[in-house]
Design a protein around this ligand. Structure first.
Ligand code: UGA
Length: 439
C-alpha cells in the first residue's frame, strides 16, 4: 500500500524528529503524549545519551514530566537510518543567523542530504526557513513529499503552546496533499484552526508573525520613550490601546528590548530575504535599531541617578532573555553587562536557572547565589528578567542592604508604589513619575 492509500482516521503514526533542540524535543514529547511512536534523532551524541536516560538539557516547565511519562514511546538516537520507518519526518534543526543576517540553512541541508527521496516519506519542515526553501528542496529531491509546518511555541510555555495551538499552518504544493493530510490528522485533535496553504505562504506566515510581534514590541518601546518625555505612563497607554480588538493587549509590554533565539534572528532573516529578492524592507531596519538602542537606554538612566559608574556595584536581577527559561541567546543582559563594565561598573547578577549558560558568556561578572546576595552593597539594581519570585522579595529589608536603594525596573514588573514605600527610588520604562503595577 502506498503512503497515499494509508487510511488517515485516528491512526497512530511512527514519527521521526530530526534535531532535539527546543522545538524538536517539545515536538517529540508532545506527539508521544498523544500516543504516537516517536524516534528523535540528533547528531549530538552527549545530548542523545542524556535524553535516553531521561535527563533534559533545557529548562522548560512541564517537559521533564512529559518525557518521563511517555518514555516508552519516545526513542532517542544518533542514527538517521533508524528514522527510515517514519512516514513523517519533522525537521527541527536550528537555523541560526549567518554573519550577513541570512538564515544559516546548513543544518537543514545536511538533513536533506541524508534522505533517499523515498516517495512514501514526507519531510515536514518545522525549522524556520526563508520563503523559497521548500521549493528548492523539492527541486533537489522531486520524489520526496514536502510540508511546511512552522512552529509557533514560546519558550517557557512551549508544552502548553504546542498542545493548545491558536492555529496550525500546513503548507504543501500540488502532489503532496497526502502528506499535508497526514500532518493535519495528527494535529487536528489538538484543536486550533488548521490553515492549509501553499509552501511559500506557510514559510512567510512564520517569518511575518515573528516580525510583526517584534514590531509591536519596538513600537511600544518607542511609545514608552515618548511617555518618559511627556510624563505619561506606558502601562496605562498599552492598557487603553489593547482594549481595541484590532490592536489587542498582548506584546505591548515595554521593556529593555526583545531577545531570544527567534525574534532577533527572524527579523534579520526576513529583512535579508526581502533585500536578496530586491525589496528594501525599511520598517524592519527601524525595528532592529529601536531594539538595540532600548537595551542601552538604561545606562543613561543609571548615570542620571549615580553620575559616573566607575567603581559602582550594579546588581542584575535575571539574566535569561525571559522568565521560565534558562536560554541566554540574545538576552538583553549580555549587552547590559558589557555596557556597564565598559562604563567601569562591577556587575553582580542572580538568575534562578540561567547561571550555567551565563557563566561562559559573562565570565567577568559575579554570579550571586541569591537575589539578596547580588543586591548586598549594590548602588543600583536593574530588573532584567521578570521572574515571578522577584515580586516576592523582602524589598523593605533589601533597601537597607543596598548602598543606595535605587531600582530600574526594565520590565515594568514590580509595584512602584510598594517599592517607594519600601524606601526605593523606582524608575520603570516609560512610566512617567507615578507608574502603576503591570497587568
Ligand atoms: C517567539 C514567538 O513568540 C513564538 O511564537 C515563536 O514560535 C518563537 O519566537 C520562535 O520563532 O521559535 P520566544 O522567543 O520563545 O517566542 O519568546 P517570546 O515570549 O515571544 O518573547 C520574545 C522576547 O520578546 C523576550 O525577550 C520578551 O521579553 C520580549 N517581549 C515580549 C517584550 O519585550 N514585550 C512583550 O510585550 C512581549
Amino acid at each position: 500500500m502506498s503512503a497515499a492509500e494509508v487510511p488517515l482516521e485516528a491512526q497512530r503514526e511512527v514519527i521521526g524528529v530530526v534535531g532535539v533542540g527546543w522545538v524538536g524535543l517539545v515536538t517529540a514529547a508532545c506527539f508521544a503524549s498523544r500516543g504516537h511512536d516517536v524516534w528523535a534523532m540528533d547528531v549530538d551524541a552527549t545530548k542523545v545519551e542524556s535524553l535516553s536516560r531521561g535527563r533534559l538539557t533545557i529548562h522548560e516547565p512541564g517537559l521533564p514530566e512529559l518525557v518521563a511519562e511517555h518514555a516508552e514511546r519516545l526513542h532517542f538516537t544518533t542514527s538517521m537510518e533508524v528514522l527510515a520507518n517514519a512516514r513523517l519526518l519533522f525537521c527541527c534543526v536550528d537555523t541560526p543567523p549567518t554573519y550577513s543576517g541570512d538564515a544559516d540553512l546548513s543544518r537543514v541541508r545536511s538533513v536533506v542530504d541524508q534522505l533517499s527521496g523515498d516517495s512514501e516519506q514526507a519531510l515536514v519542515m518545522k525549522s524556520t526557513v526563508p520563503s523559497g526553501t521548500g521549493q528548492s528542496i523539492r527541486r533537489d529531491l522531486p520524489s520526496l513529499a514536502y510540508v511546511s509546518c512552522p512552529e509557533f511555541l514560546k519558550e517557557g510555555s512551549a508544552v502548553d503552546d504546542f498542545l493548545n495551538p491558536d492555529r496550525v499552518v500546513i503548507g504543501a504544493d500540488t502532489g503532496d496533499e497526502w502528506a499535508a493530510d497526514a500532518v493535519a490528522a495528527i494535529y487536528e485533535p489538538l484543536g486550533g484552526e488548521l490553515v492549509r496553504t501553499d509552501v511559500a505562504s506557510a514559510e512567510m506566515i512564520k517569518l511575518a508573525s515573528n516580525a510583526f510581534l517584534a514590531t509591536k514590541i519596538s513600537f511600544i518601546n518607542e511609545i514608552a520613550n515618548v511617555c518618559e518625555e511627556v510624563g505619561a505612563d506606558v502601562t496605562e497607554v498599552a492598557r487603553g490601546m489593547g482594549l481595541d480588538q484590532r490592536i489587542g493587549r498582548s506584546f505591548l509590554n515595554a521593556g529593555i528590548g526583545y531577545g531570544g533565539s527567534c525574534f532577533p534572528k527572524d527579523v534579520s532573516a526576513l529583512k535579508q530575504l526581502a533585500g536578496n529578492s530586491g525589496y528594501h524592507f525599511q520598517l524592519l531596519n527601524s525595528v532592529i535599531e529601536v531594539n538595540e538602542l532600548q537595551k542601552r537606554r538604561v545606562i543613561g538612566k543609571l548615570t542620571k541617578h549615580l553620575g559616573s559608574l566607575v567603581g559602582k556595584r550594579i546588581a542584575l536581577l535575571g539574566l535569561a532573555f525571559k522568565p521560565n527559561t534558562d536560554d541566554m541567546r540574545e538576552a538583553s543582559s549580555l549587552v547590559l553587562s558589557a555596557r556597564l563594565q565598559g562604563e567601569g561598573a562591577s556587575v553582580a547578577a542572580y538568575d534562578p536557572v540561567a547561571h550555567e549558560g551565563a557563566a561562559g558568556l559573562l565570565p567577568s561578572i559575579e554570579l550571586a547565589s541569591s537575589a539578596e546576595a547580588a543586591l548586598q552593597g549594590a548602588d543600583a539594581a536593574i530588573l532584567v528578567t521578570e521572574w515571578p519570585e522577584f515580586a516576592d522579595l523582602d524589598w523593605a529589608s533589601l533597601a537597607g542592604a543596598m548602598s543606595r536603594p535605587l531600582i530600574l525596573d526594565g520590565r515594568n514588573f514590580l509595584d512602584p508604589e510598594a517599592l517607594r514605600a519600601a524606601g526605593f527610588s523606582y524608575e520603570g520604562i516609560g512610566r512617567g513619575s507615578t507608574g502603576r503595577a503591570r497587568d
